[in-house]
Design a protein around this ligand. Structure first.
Ligand SMILES: Cc1cc2nc3c(=O)[nH]c(=O)nc-3n(C[C@H](O)[C@H](O)[C@H](O)COP(=O)(O)OP(=O)(O)OC[C@H]3O[C@@H](n4cnc5c(N)ncnc54)[C@H](O)[C@@H]3O)c2cc1C
Length: 437
């Protein structure tokens, strides 16, 4: 029987939307001409526009839905200064030369510096804090793998990472669920929807046209320019940037077959005593783990709730389906929260790539920044910023995420029918891993 976990005020919308919810705002008309047209109005799209504006280049952001509809107001708000260079979505190990791996880590570290700077420069009030992250090891073997990664993490991305053995784990988390884990000091957390709102306001202050309800339906060459057709009008642009991440559709089939949209789900508990919350995560760090079906969690900015996310299912399901699963995952880690009811449950799409790396570049003449692989608050902001600097010819070095290789697979054309199978397999592998240690 499903326990009664739903609070009487339960709503299937993000907790974050209580502070800022996606809105069309005053519907801004589409300009007929813009130097750059950006498809997708999440962190990546806004970041492109903001940086272009700083270089005096006018851009229009075309968003299919309300502003903030995508993952950018739905995520967990954990901000990483790293990038996962390891197993790809298909299970293959990404073939990354050690030298390139160091450059990728170094650029990921710059992404963290960028978001820190941006929040300060634009005075974005989004509960930005840098308490660090604890990544719990699901098995002893995972702990050993984490230990081996420490040196490169600290040298290439100044992560301030160190291992916490199982015997001292309770300094990080009031649970014995893990076999110890890794602390990454250089990571942070924020209120994702307020960060989004701050970026949006920064764009508006600079006169950027950010257009809601402008689904782009076609992009065609028109001489030296691009004709960008949207439901509310047509824009002639010199450059086009695709920033649609986990919502990439048939508009760009060549990109669609290079990203796999995977659902991620989150719940927020009702308010519980602050002392309890503080006792569960004493240092206020963000938490995640090394499981294939990983979970990520944190305290709410007011310290009254636990916000708990994970891949309850790999596809979009109704929040009333994902919430009981996440509640169970949460109480497996924190039995102390058994009585806590759920007030919010929601879902959103992330974009995985076949080599597990984020990508920016140009394809068929269109710029793109895509493939957050589940961690994109800093990274997608950064790729947007790098793309803008490339267009403005202001970048003084080539970003390591900007390569011509963006792998696809002959059997994948953009329909991720296999996700439920992958999800089941990952759950099985997690259980087996724990059994064999
Ligand atoms: C539940 C969840 C939890 C997450 N937790 C974290 C976390 O804790 N830390 C972290 O770093 N990352 C996290 N992420 C990932 C992070 O949210 C994303 O990487 C990031 O928001 C992606 O930003 P974006 O601008 O690339 O895409 P999005 O914010 O998804 O925006 C893409 C936009 O493109 C629009 N679009 C698509 N097609 C068209 C079209 N044809 N015309 C016009 N517009 C179009 C969509 O409507 C959408 O709004 C999480 C994601 C989810 C879903």
């Amino acid at each position: 029987m499903v326990p009664d976990i739903f609070h009487r005020d339960f709503t299937p919308t993000p907790y974050w939307w209580e502070a800022y919810g996606p809105t069309t705002g005053e519907l801004v008309d589409l300009p007929r001409v813009a130097r750059v047209a950006i498809v997708g109005g999440g962190y990546a799209g806004l970041s492109v526009a903001l940086e272009l504006a700083k270089h005096g280049i006018d851009a229009v952001v075309l968003e299919a839905n309300e502003l903030g509809f995508g993952a950018s107001t739905r995520n967990g708000g954990a901000v990483s200064g790293g990038v996962n260079i390891g197993k790809s979505f298909t299970g293959r190990t990404a073939d990354v030369e050690p030298e390139r791996a160091e450059r990728l880590l170094s650029d990921a570290s710059d992404a963290f510096a960028l978001i820190d700077r941006l929040i300060n420069e634009e005075n974005i009030d989004c509960f930005w804090e840098k308490p660090g992250r604890f990544v719990g090891a699901w098995t002893k073997k995972h702990f050993d793998v984490q230990t081996r990664r420490l040196a490169v993490l600290n040298s290439a991305s100044q992560s301030g990472a160190y291992m916490v053995p199982r015997g001292r784990q309770r300094e990080e988390i009031a649970s014995d669920y893990y076999f110890g884990g890794m602390v990454v000091e250089r990571s942070g957390k924020l209120h994702p929807a307020l960060y989004y709102k701050g970026l949006l306001e920064a764009c508006r202050r600079r006169g950027v046209a950010v257009c809601a309800k402008a689904l782009v339906t076609g992009i065609r060459r028109a001489g030296a320019e691009w004709r960008v057709e949207a439901t509310r009008g047509t824009v002639l642009a010199g450059d086009v940037v695709i920033a649609t991440n986990g919502y990439t559709g048939g508009l760009t089939p060549g990109l669609r077959r290079r990203v796999v949209p995977v659902a991620s789900h989150i719940i927020a508990t009702e308010e519980v005593p602050q002392d309890l919350v503080r006792s569960l995560i004493p240092k206020g760090r963000t938490l995640s783990d090394t499981k294939r079906v990983l979970c990520y969690y944190r305290t709410s900015p007011d310290g009254r709730r636990i916000v708990f996310g994970g891949r309850a299912r790999f596809t979009q399901v109704d929040p009333t389906v994902s919430a009981p699963i996440l509640h169970r995952y949460m109480t497996d880690r924190f039995p102390q929260l058994r009585g806590a009811k759920i007030t919010h449950a929601w879902t959103g799409n992330v974009a995985f790539t076949l080599d597990a790396l984020p990508h920016m570049g140009q394809r068929d003449g269109l710029h793109y920044c895509l493939g957050c692989n589940g961690s994109g608050v800093a990274m997608m902001t950064y790729l947007g910023w790098q793309t803008a600097r490339k267009i403005a010819v202001a970048a003084n070095y080539a970003c390591s995420f900007d390569t011509e290789e963006f792998p696809d697979h002959p059997l994948y054309s953009g329909n991720p029918w296999f996700l439920p199978v992958v999800g089941g397999y990952y759950r099985l592998r997690d259980n087996l891993d724990r059994l064999v240690g």
